[in-house]
Design a binder for this molecule. Structure first.
Ligand SMILES: [Zn+2]
Length: 445
């Protein structure tokens, strides 16, 4: 395949270069002007050519919760938004990825479905710290990209761990050199506040009050302290407050934030209701501006979608307390950051590439195969036409979930083509062009 006449964004560069790209056997083999040959040609005139997006935080729910999402729909939606690699969370499948046997069962269920490349996180929950621990943890560590744990969880099959258990996990992870990912909301605060506000009201404000800024800040403080003591490699997922992100940046840990946290605040939650319900919820005005500043300056390492859709009825149970918390997001992740980050001047072109691809690849050991346009790396590319605008329409999402707080929003810059290892998996106007199973299973190391 030759991608011709595109404006190619090379690693570390602030300006794109007019270059052709030759991909052979899945790898980029040549970069230069005026390439020719017998291969399939993709015309990219007028388009920016970026490394394929990496979404390192998705819940594709497969197997077990496929009424909400599955690997076929999730990976197709991701591809339609320029994502070429996802890493899936361990907690929202049956079985959860807490042992190698469970991982193998999951892999069997999904391997014929994905159209883009994918890896898994393992998980440690209260249940999995019983019999078999830490052997199950040790054996998984060689395959997964890290271990996800929760300070608070509403999932029946994947419960939270307490700070004592977290300390043990961090110590073990430090010995093994594996990353621990934490959902950081304080259990004691959120449990008590939920009971208190549940009895008093049923609007988004009450849900927000059960998980306000302080719930995250307390959790992040304790987690950073424990990780520092253990010498463990900690990553904090979906941070929603500027303060928690600043604390993380000042410690030797990393963090991510999400498009909905960058875009919306409590006033929007009050206006939009449950389509914007997520754990953690969006926060008071001021946080999103701080999150953008930190994303631009390096205080936040990258963006992730926390893609977690559900059927329409899950968002319309009649109570904000029981409505599903989560939204489809992997297909709008890169378009959002391109439009509102890069084209709005909040992020440079170099920083755009870092926060949507390069940094996640580096963080999880996939770089430079993923996350860079260079000779010898995987031919994972996204072609974006910066001159085209489009309107977000949830009904058109390839995900099984169609309710989005971005409904009706116009984004500038349209994903025209998504290429995974030298094959077009998505083309605007034509749709998905790869069969399920094309996506390759990635492991750590
Ligand atoms: Zn999540």
């Amino acid at each position: 395949m030759i991608i011709r006449n595109g404006q190619v964004v090379l690693p570390g560069r602030e300006e794109p270069e007019a270059l052709d790209i030759r991909i052979r056997d899945g790898k980029i083999v040549e970069l230069g002007p005026g390439l020719s040959g017998d291969e399939e040609v993709v015309e990219a005139r007028g388009m920016l050519v970026l490394p394929g997006g990496i979404d390192p935080h998705v819940h594709f729910d497969d197997p077990g919760f496929t009424d909400r999402e599955d690997f076929a729909a999730g990976s197709r939606f991701a591809a339609s938004g320029g994502i070429t690699t996802v890493i899936d969370m361990p907690c929202t499948s049956i079985p959860p990825v807490t042992t190698v046997a469970n991982l193998e069962e999951k892999l069997k269920a999904v391997e014929k479905k994905a159209v883009i490349d994918y890896g898994f996180y393992g998980g440690v929950c209260c249940q999995s710290m019983g019999e078999g621990y830490p052997d199950n943890f040790l054996r998984l560590a060689e395959i997964v990209f890290g271990f996800k744990v929760y300070y608070i969880s509403v999932m029946e099959l994947f419960s939270a761990i307490n700070t004592f258990q977290f300390r043990l996990i961090l110590q073990r992870a430090a010995e093994l050199g594996v990353t621990v990912l934490l959902h950081a909301e304080d259990f004691s605060y959120v449990s008590a506040a939920t009971e208190y506000y549940l009895a008093r009201g049923d609007t988004p404000v009450y849900y927000y009050n059960s998980r306000p800024e302080m719930a995250e800040i307390l959790a992040v403080r304790s987690a950073l302290e424990l990780a520092e003591e253990a010498g463990a490699d900690l990553h904090l997922v979906h941070l929603s407050t500027g303060k928690a992100a600043r604390l993380t940046a000042a410690a030797s840990a990393t963090c991510e934030t999400c498009p909905h946290l960058l875009e919306f605040n409590l006033d929007d939650f009050i206006r939009l209701g449950s389509p914007l319900k997520t754990p953690p919820p969006v926060k008071r005005a001021g946080n999103r501006e701080e999150l953008w500043d930190l994303l631009a300056s390096g205080g936040i390492d990258f963006v992730a979608s926390d893609h977690a859709p559900c059927p329409a009825e899950g968002k319309n149970t009649g109570s904000v307390w029981t409505d599903y918390a989560g939204m489809p997001g992997t297909g709008t992740l890169l378009p959002y950051v391109f439009s509102e980050g890069y084209l709005q001047g909040r992020l440079s072109l170099k920083r755009l590439v870092e926060v949507t691809s390069e940094n996640a690849a580096r963080r999880y050991g996939l770089y430079p195969d993923k996350g860079a346009i260079e000779t010898g790396t995987d031919g994972d590319l996204v072609l974006i036409d910066p001159g085209q605008s489009w309107k977000v329409t949830g009904a058109d999402f390839l995900s099984r979930g169609h309710i989005t707080p971005f409904e009706g929003r116009e984004f500038k810059g349209r994903v025209m083509e998504t290429i995974v290892r030298g094959r077009t998996v998505y083309r605007a106007g034509a749709g998905i062009l790869a069969e399920g199973g094309y996506g390759r299973f990635l492991t750590r190391g």
